[in-house]
Design a protein around this ligand. Sequence first.
Ligand code: SF4
Length: 221
Amino acid sequence: MGEAHRLIWQGPGCWGLALEPPTRSCSPALLSKHKRYNDRNKHPSHNKPQDVNKRQLLERVRKKTNTMNYHQYYPIDVVNGPGTRCTLFVAGCLHQCKGCYNQSTWRLDSGLPFTPQMEEQILADLNDRRIPRQGLSLSGGDPLHPANVAAVLQLVKRVRAECPGKDIWLWTGYKLGELDSQQQQVVDQINVLIDGKFVQELKDPALIWRGSSNQVVHKLR
Ligand code: SF4
């Protein structure tokens, strides 16, 4: 990404690329780039009716297929979870947490298509013995957004089958007790789930692996 971007920390699972606010020194070209970026990734509630129809159609297609978009993939990451990891930030989140620094990930159609090649790359990186990885971290956006579940389920099943010994951590805005059966199938494959929305009033920088104290780290296996 260009020089106008920076990585913002909002607690584990809530890193995001964002545009620095425009400054007086910004050139017209950079200001135009900001506008294009923000238009492309604007909050779903700002959509026109025809955009909402397109989004609903996209959600239906994604639920029936194993396609999704992603924002970032870090083949080597030492921040989001224990040890050295591969980390994938998917696109799409319905939770609209107040104070979310990751709003650019909310739209399902933001980011880039998560291709079969990208899935193969993640598996290859996890099995790369030159730089041993402890596991895979899945964040976003929300990996358990109903439209992402099919693609995420395929990915975690493959990691479980093809990357022995690797753990899987997943951050979601849903609570463990409110997951539907398909979301639960994903959770059945992973090692650690960090659940719950980010609540700004409960934000605590001293927390490990979570941004606010309402969120829970569930060690599942
Ligand atoms: S769960 Fe909340 S904090 Fe995390 S990306 Fe979604 S809206 Fe933002």
